[in-house]
Design a protein around this ligand. Structure first.
Ligand code: GLU
Length: 487
């Protein structure tokens, strides 16, 4: 059996959209599951669509996602170059196109733009050109004379109008298309560059690609590729066309509508391993409805024959949940490296930033949730003294004020602020007074945070704030309550 070889073949036209990431991931998983090779090939034959910096984005994204390629522009293992524009220079596409011309599977076309425009028809709001094979009738001598004159030309695929073409897709099964629907597509453009439709076949063959994974928008072109493979007498790869990814409204995700790229998602505080895990589930499901898989587990379990053909909904709520799970189980070193920049952005004062990061680790879904949860450390927010009144805790302004006033001198006398010392102090106080914990703790936490909800309790917050700041905040709380109780 052939060694499994897959390729991710992006066109460098901008950010790496989540659909592309899923394609790359599935290619990677198919190759690695079978102990094969995963290649990166840059398809830049459409020079008008190139966006500078895209190749860097592709490399950065694959690396961050852990989808390490075995071969690619930076790792030539004898199948290179891996950038199509560099392959053009060697004349290889032209050589294969001429081979097809020789065998009658392709032909030179000298039609002018004006003539081609006269062939266009409108269908369903789209302009369709079905080339009428005009130049197919040119004799060999006429073609040679035109070429000798330097007339601009393209090379077209010669597809019979009658009959059908079939291919098998691993996801969609056997697909048959009437040849009358297939246009004599251009293989070599007038600038000498191959079209994507031609180059992908040549390159996949020369690079010995065994499985081609791409979005299902390519299904309608695949019969033309099948006919090219047949014309060359080459073996076709296994086709794995992936279902559409839609938004919650079941509409196609579109780049234009600001739909997320991998880097947009990491900017929004999602971590690469959660994004990758989530993308794996957009079209495939693991055993027993399990949802959390490491990349190694995905390699072991992924089975492309189980890809679902119905569209998958990109559900940001689920991705948020999954991201939260990844943050919870992340080892501290990596967690700090990701979380500390967010902590530092929100808290400028010189507190123990790692302790603050620890407080939120199990309480966030994305890293971007961090600042809003911890900004009270930086500065005590203005808050409504009504917050001291809590039905379940049985607190009100009066008993809150009493607790804070009682606790203040004891806290002033305490030197070390940590969980043990503070809990001993507060326990002693509530026992002495014969009151419930909440009557001391609720006002204390409110005073030191100014918030109704905080990551961590009063002791953890006070340990981070330290003695001076904690006391200052408690004094402020007392003043606020006194003003309220008096009025
Ligand atoms: N360059 C094509 C794209 O970016 C790749 C399609 C394929 O994988 O064959 O859509």
């Amino acid at each position: 059996m052939d060694k499994v070889r897959t390729r991710y073949a992006p066109s460098p036209t901008g950010k790496m959209h989540v659909g592309n990431l899923r394609t790359a991931l599935y290619e990677f998983l198919i190759a690695k599951h079978a102990g094969g090779d995963f290649l990166l090939r840059i398809e830049d034959t459409d020079q008008g669509r190139l966006v500078e910096g895209s190749v860097d984005i592709i490399n950065r994204t694959l690396e961050a996602a852990g989808l390490v390629h075995d071969e690619g522009p930076d790792k030539d293992k004898g199948y290179g170059p891996y950038v199509q524009s560099e392959r053009v220079k060697s004349g290889l596409y032209m050589k294969y196109a001429k081979q097809l011309v020789e065998s009658g599977a392709a032909y030179y076309c000298f039609c002018t733009k004006e003539r081609l425009e006269s062939l266009t028809t409108e269908a369903g709001g789209e302009t369709i050109t079905h080339y009428d094979k005009h130049c197919l009738s040119l004799s060999k001598e006429e073609v040679e004379a035109n070429l000798a004159k330097g007339m601009p030309f393209v090379i077209r695929q010669n597809i019979p109008r009658e009959g059908t073409t079939s291919f098998t897709d691993a996801v969609y099964g056997e697909i048959t298309i009437n040849n009358s629907e297939l246009d004599d597509q251009i293989l070599i453009k007038s600038d000498g560059f191959p079209t994507y439709n031609f180059a992908n076949v040549i390159d996949d063959h020369l690079m010995e690609i065994t499985h081609v994974v791409r979005g299902n928008e390519y299904i309608s072109s695949t019969p033309k590729y099948t006919r090219l493979y047949q014309a060359f007498g080459w073996k076709e790869p296994v086709y794995v066309h992936l279902p559409l990814i839609t938004n919650e409204d079941h509409q196609k995700l579109s780049k234009r509508c600001g739909h997320a790229s991998f880097e947009d998602l990491t900017d929004q505080g999602f971590v690469p391993e959660a994004i990758v895990n989530y993308m794996a589930l957009l079209g495939w499901s693991g055993p027993e409805n399990r949802e959390i898989f490491s990349l190694d587990e995905l390699i072991e379990l992924f089975d492309y024959t189980k890809i679902n053909k119905s569209p998958s909904v990109f559900d940001i709520v689920k991705l948020r949940w999954m991201n939260g799970e990844y943050l919870k189980m992340m080892d501290n070193e990596r967690y700090y490296s990701l979380a500390l920049p967010y902590v530092e952005q929100a808290v400028k004062k010189d507190y123990d930033k790692k302790k603050i990061a620890d407080l939120v680790k199990t309480r966030i879904e994305t890293l971007c949730d961090i600042p809003e949860k911890i900004d009270f450390f930086n500065e005590l927010p203005e808050y409504d003294p009504e917050m001291y009144t809590h039905k379940k805790m049985k607190t009100n302004s009066e008993n809150s004020l009493e607790s804070l006033k009682d606790l203040l001198p004891r806290l002033e006398a305490l030197d070390t602020y940590n969980n043990d010392t503070l809990s001993a102090l507060v326990s002693g106080y509530v026992e002495e007074k014969g009151i419930k914990n909440g009557i001391a703790l609720w006002p204390l936490r409110t005073a030191v945070s100014g918030k109704q909800m905080t990551p961590g309790g009063a002791y953890e917050i006070m340990e981070i704030l330290g003695k001076d700041e904690s006391l200052e905040r408690i004094r402020k709380g007392i003043a606020l309550l006194e003003a309220k109780v008096v009025s």
